[in-house]
Design a protein around this ligand. Structure first.
Ligand code: BGC
Length: 769
């Protein structure tokens, strides 16, 4: 076929597709408008209401259900029939269900919604499928987002999201509350690990990759292997002053736009269908009541056309927690008028539904606001194909939990795990080394996965994940049981809060260390998220610190393996360790990947997605202002407390070495609107194949509106190099990379000098306007 013909075919195909998409859009639009015309106020309000599954489960109350789970016909009729509730979320009894059970339960909900209500609108079921199908037994659990940030491999993130979407649909669930686009800025925050990292660009790139995996490149979510995403938590959720969940933040306009907004903006441009709101408070105003953020910024300026859902109970929180409303009803008025489309109620739906109907009747909420909300909700339901195909059946998903899916999870863990220290090349260990495996994280599937795994806080993981390998089991497989001794030393208390620990065979651990050649010390945290994960002391626990110090006294080399959701401070004993491996929360195959790294089958390539602090009073991120590094300035003497983290954002070693050279810019004089092409040569100068993340940073040397950041990540690319191989890596910087947000929140491009940095190489260019 001649080129011209190919072009014609491509264009014809493209136009055909566009025409079809437009036709579908128009068709939906008409159907949606027709439906809205038919709906009573009560029916509209019902569409805007979301309840949790236990509310309609058979049980003694709304908070738990009898096992085995069954729907309560009376409660279903009241909620879905009398109140027309259009959405259900979550699992029941905080426990994962078999996919067959999910099919049965959601099909019952759909059958009722479609056949037993006046308008027959299908329900939309939503679940937090944040690193795999969280609440489906047998689903493939991936490394958590923070580990994905370390892997720095968008293709793997996309693949993981696509598999999760598939397994979510195999569970008859079409909507997931993922990905998290908040910045992991604060190591104290209990949800740091739910983020891709502390950098806005990293979060943008991986966020878009996740959306493309979940929704498909074309966002065609009627495809039964795709789900609708919910970006969360809009906006600035992790930036609290106290470091504790759902406490106040103060975020000036420039910081909001410079750091917190870009990942959401990129995700909205990538077509994300829904968004969840930050449960916290910014500048004194709960975000759920903030018209400027929800309507002016999100819906008008960013042009978000999708569905805006609250976080858990956040309308009643406006009254009960934040006290900006004197009654529940006033809280409903504030939130709906601010721009909320759907309320994750999740229990007392009568209060929300009756209250909102009254508010419309009293003229305090306009019916046109309800129409806007319902339009957005129905659009997602139509686009998901729920009107034609309300259920997806697990029988059509033969790849659920397959070996191929498990391999993808393993690969991501293998690329995420980060080698932070390797004195005198102690790692990799030779197979057959006499090792002592010790510590509370050594033999736990729960800690490998973190929270949102088979249960909210992750405490039910042992029930569901016994078939996978803990670190200990994976080390035994690699190294031989006969060469591997295990003593726990310190244990997490059964049934206690995540931070409760006890000594367990502590002295025995020290004794056994004397017989070992190498100590594999597995420390970190038990699992947590949200309020239950709030933290008072960023140092790693006292018992674990004592264990590390006592083991080091034996003189045997200590290889520290960290399995933690946030960087707990280790400076009291870091010097006593020979090697440090950060495993993050690597999922069900993280033990295998870690053992492969320890014994050299895999060459590590993860890079820290956050700054690892050395002291509790030094938790500043790599994105900081020049005044944080005053040792460079004259006359300032407190060098000790200057910026000097334990490990830096982007740190991560390999078993091979890479050399960077020939950093080139296309021009040193750039005019307004021009791009800069940057290239660098990377060579593998070591003895084995390896993967390297090439990261490009820039510094704007002077900025007039606000003091500039010392440096910022602008591009990255992960490459594989064989022994001796070189590659030229090219990046393009555009004017956006040279601009910043000033104190009024306005984007500013200023003439001046910029520095470009890759590894230890630097070069400058000048921008003239
Ligand atoms: C969390 C959200 C989650 C929601 C639904 C909330 O408590 O903050 O991240 O999506 O619950 O489970």
């Amino acid at each position: 076929m001649k080129l011209k013909n190919i072009t014609t075919v491509v264009f014809a195909g493209l136009f055909g597709f566009l025409a079809l998409a437009q036709e579908n859009g128009a068709k939906y639009e008409q159907e949606i408008e027709a439906l809205i015309k038919k709906m009573t106020v009560k029916e509209k309000v019902g569409q805007m209401a979301q309840i949790t599954l236990d509310v309609i489960g058979k049980g003694n109350d709304r908070y738990t259900s009898f096992e085995p789970l069954q729907l309560d016909e009376k409660e279903v009729k009241k909620a879905l029939g009398d109140y027309h509730i259009g959405s259900v979320l979550n699992t029941a009894n905080n426990r994962a269900l078999p996919k067959e059970k999910w099919y049965e339960i959601i099909k019952e909900i759909q059958d009722f919604s479609i056949n037993k209500t006046r308008l027959g609108i299908p329900n939309i079921y939503g679940v937090d499928e944040i690193h795999g199908a969280t609440y489906t037994a047998g689903a493939t659990m991936f490394p958590q987002q923070i580990a994905q940030g370390a892997a720095r491999n968008p293709a793997l993130t996309k693949q993981g999201a696509a598999i999760t979407a598939y397994e979510t649909r195999a569970s008859n669930i079409p909507w997931s509350f993922s990905p998290v686009l908040d910045l992991a800025l604060d190591p104290r925050f209990s949800r740091m690990w739910e983020s891709f990292g502390e950098d806005p660009y990293l979060c943008s790139v991986l966020g878009v990759a996740a959306i493309n995996g979940y929704e498909g490149d074309d966002n065609n979510i009627s495809n039964p292997t795709k789900v609708a995403v919910s970006l969360k938590h809009f906006l600035g959720y992790h930036a609290t002053i106290s470091g504790k969940d759902r406490t106040p933040s103060y975020i000036p306009e420039d910081a909001l736009r410079e750091y917190h907004l870009p990942a959401f903006e990129a995700a909205i441009a990538a077509g994300a269908h829904t968004i969840m709101i930050n449960s916290g408070i910014i500048n004194g105003v709960p975000v759920h009541a903030n018209y400027e953020l929800l309507t002016t910024l999100l819906k008008e300026e960013l042009g978000f056309k999708g569905l805006v859902v609250t976080d858990w109970a956040d309308i009643e929180n406006l009254h009960r927690r934040d006290r900006v409303a004197a009654t529940d009803k006033e809280a409903i008025m504030l939130a709906i008028n601010a721009g909320i489309d759907m309320s994750m109620i999740p229990y007392n739906y009568e209060v929300f539904c009756d209250g909102l109907v009254e508010l419309v009747n009293e003229g305090k909420v306009k019916e046109s606001r309800l129409d806007d909300a319902v339009r957005r909700i129905l659009k997602v339901k139509y686009e998901l194909g729920l009107f034609e195909t309300p259920n997806t059946n697990y029988k059509d998903y033969p790849e659920f939990g397959s070996k191929t899916h498990e391999k993808a999870s393993y690969e991501m863990a293998a690329e995420a795990i980060t080698l932070l220290k390797n004195d005198s090349g102690i790692l990799p260990l030779k197979k057959g080394t006499k090792v002592l495996v010790v510590g509370p994280n050594a033999n736990s599937m729960r800690t490998l996965n973190g929270a949102w795994t088979y249960s909210w806080q992750g405490e039910k993981t042992p029930e569901f994940a016994a078939q996978y390998n803990t670190i200990l089991e994976a080390v035994q497989n690699e190294n031989g049981k006969e060469n591997t001794t295990f003593v726990e030393g310190v244990a997490y208390k059964d049934g206690g809060s995540y931070y409760e620990e006890e000594k367990k065979d502590f002295d025995k651990a020290i004794e056994e260390a004397k017989n070992a050649e190498v100590i594999l010390l597995c420390l970190g945290e038990n699992t947590y998220t949200e309020k239950p994960g709030d933290l008072n002391d960023l140092y790693l626990s006292d018992y674990q610190t004592e264990l590390a110090l006592e083991l080091a006294k034996t003189g045997k080399p200590v290889v520290l393996i960290l399995n933690e959701g946030r960087p707990r401070i280790i400076s009291k004993f870091e010097r006593e360790t020979k090697a440090i491996v950060q495993a993050y929360l690597p999922g069900n195959f993280g033990g295998d990947a870690l053992a492969d790294i320890i014994f050299g089958d895999v060459n590590p390539s993860g890079k820290l997605p956050y700054t690892y602090p050395r002291y509790p009073n030094a938790t500043i991120s790599y994105i900081h202002k020049p005044s944080e590094e005053q040792k460079k300035a004259e006359g300032v003497y407190n060098y000790e407390a200057d910026y000097n983290p334990q490990f830096r954002f982007g740190d991560g070693l390999s078993y091979t070495t890479f050399e960077f050279s020939a950093l080139k810019l296309s021009s040193k004089n750039i005019k307004k609107g021009e791009n800069v092409e940057v290239s660098v040569v990377v060579k593998n100068t070591g003895k084995r194949e390896g993967k390297e993340v090439v990261e490009l940073y820039t510094s704007d040397l002077y900025a007039s509106s606000v003091t500039p950041d010392v440096k910022r990540l602008r591009r990255f690319q992960k490459i594989t190099l064989k022994r001796g191989e070189s590659k030229t890596v090219k990046f393009t910087l555009n004017p956006k990379d040279m601009s910043y947000f000033g104190r009024e929140g306005n984007e500013i491009l200023e003439a001046g000098e910029f520095e470009v940095m890759i590894d230890n190489l630097t070069s400058k260019f000048k921008l003239t306007l």
